[in-house]
Design a protein around this ligand. Structure first.
Ligand SMILES: Cc1cc2nc3c(=O)[nH]c(=O)nc-3n(C[C@H](O)[C@H](O)[C@H](O)COP(=O)(O)OP(=O)(O)OC[C@H]3O[C@@H](n4cnc5c(N)ncnc54)[C@H](O)[C@@H]3O)c2cc1C
Length: 409
């Protein structure tokens, strides 16, 4: 039996799946899973989708039921915050003044929503979405009937907007860019999302930020936009992006900014430390560059790979980034990675007219090479034929021609 202790920090999908994999792979030393949250590891995508809509229960988010962790001899330490690491001593420092020694360490601390800094930002009813209690608060605000102001038309802001509109709540979305998701998708496809939300009754205000949040008796009553217009709000959801929670790892000397750099086996610049999930900036051999993405699939795939790497197995993380969203009756899957969307040519195949039944594929090309691809509502083909094209040189004209099978390109 091993006398080593492997510590995993982070009770999300990456940390939870890594700890589980250590046991599945037969590691019989001590496994400690530390999380600041008050519950066992869970996944987050459902929080802004089925849970917000009321169609899925909280229980659907958990990786395993609470008894599973002790049944597998995993020492799950909830409500335990790590504040630092002494790499040379192989010791974690805890917020309560305690410490925790490790032989090998996995950091899977995820991201945290960026805070808005305007007058009124601390009023009751100014909400963010990262964890389950926050999802409960937003869902309660939706069930109370709104009106809701959402700041930021990124994936999470738009998913919450879709859930709120499905409940019939009045929603205003403020977005400083000229289109929602413009930096990720480029104008052509971003316009589809803008039209989709307007079609469903969202008051989408583009090129518009927040000057001030106003309240009465400590609670939100309205948002004053950067144009000086006042929009009534019973709650304000701020969804302006997230930042990796890797400060203390960097402060200890691990390289990376933002996030924690790893090699293709997910090992960091310290020989006894690995990183996975949102915080891992991985040297990806398939892409030929370092990439850090905040996607469910990254957490799902990198946690187990990191665990096997900790066990000394010869593993390489070479998955392409993969992302999905669900908004109203739009389901989308996206594979690949675009560094600068303005340097790409976008090719659309199919019906991307928001007035019609949306069903199309889109491809982002640079120098005729496919960087990324997505489909909307084309579940018969799914993402596999798209993934096969990423990294391939193709003729843009033939790619956009629905008469040419993708397999013939
Ligand atoms: C609402 C929402 C919807 C999403 N929807 C999608 C989607 O549709 N598609 C998609 O691809 N991705 C989606 N994502 C992104 C996806 O959920 C993340 O990429 C994924 O959760 C990352 O997993 P992780 O394990 O790296 O980090 P997390 O899930 O963030 O877990 C990190 C854990 O570490 C804990 N922690 C952090 N710091 C410390 C510390 N110092 N000490 C102790 N514990 C600590 C945290 O509390 C948390 O439990 C969504 C995210 C959110 C929030």
């Amino acid at each position: 039996m091993s006398d080593e202790t492997y510590v995993v920090v982070g009770g999300g999908l990456a940390g939870g799946s890594a700890a589980a994999t250590l046991r599945e792979e037969g590691f019989d030393g001590a496994v400690v899973l530390v999380t600041v949250e008050d519950r066992p590891p869970y996944e987050r995508p459902v929080l802004s989708k089925g849970y917000m809509l009321g169609s899925e229960k909280e229980s659907s988010a958990y990786l395993h039921d609470s008894g599973w962790w002790s049944d597998h001899d995993i020492d799950l330490r909830t409500e335990t915050m790590v504040t630092g690491v002494r790499l040379e001593d192989r010791v974690l420092e805890l917020e309560d003044g305690g410490s925790l020694a490790y032989d090998k360490l996995l950091l899977a601390t995820g991201s945290w929503p960026r805070r808005i800094e305007v007058p009124g930002a601390d009023l009751d009813g100014v909400l963010y979405l990262r964890d389950m209690p926050e999802a409960e608060r937003i869902r309660a605000a939706i069930e109370a009937g709104g009106p809701l102001v959402i700041v930021g038309a990124g994936w999470i802001g738009l998913e919450i907007a879709a859930a709120a509109r499905t409940h019939g709540v009045a929603v205003t979305v403020l977005e400083t860019a000229t289109l929602p998701l413009q930096r990720v998708l480029g104008d052509r496809v971003a316009e589809v999302f803008a039209s989709l939300h307007r079609h469903h009754g969202v008051d989408l205000r583009l090129g518009s930020g927040v000057a001030q949040i106003r309240g009465d008796g400590g609670s939100v009553t309205s948002v004053v936009t950067s144009e000086g217009e006042e929009v009534p709000a019973a709650a304000v959801v701020v969804a302006i992006g997230a930042a990796p929670q890797s400060d203390w790892g960097q402060a200890a000397g691990l390289s990376g900014d933002p996030g924690i750099d790893t090699d293709a086996s997910l090992r960091t610049s310290d020989v006894a430390v690995w990183a996975a999930g949102d915080i891992a900036a991985v040297d990806n051999p398939r892409l030929g560059r370092r990439v850090r993405v905040e996607h469910w699939a990254m957490a799902h795939d990198s946690g187990p790979v990191a665990a096997r790497s900790m066990l000394g197995q010869d593993v390489t993380f070479d998955k392409l980034p993969f992302f999905f969203t669900d908004q109203y009756d739009l389901g989308m899957e996206y594979v690949g990675h675009v560094e600068d969307v303005d340097e790409t040519e976008v090719v659309v195949r199919g019906d991307a007219d928001p007035a019609g039944p949306l069903a199309f594929q889109a491809f982002w090309l640079r120098d005729e090479v496919v960087q990324a691809a997505m489909h909307v509502n084309m579940w018969d083909d799914g993402v596999d034929p798209l993934e096969a094209l990423v990294g391939r040189r193709v003729d843009a004209g033939r790619l956009g021609d629905r008469g040419v099978p993708l397999a013939d390109l």
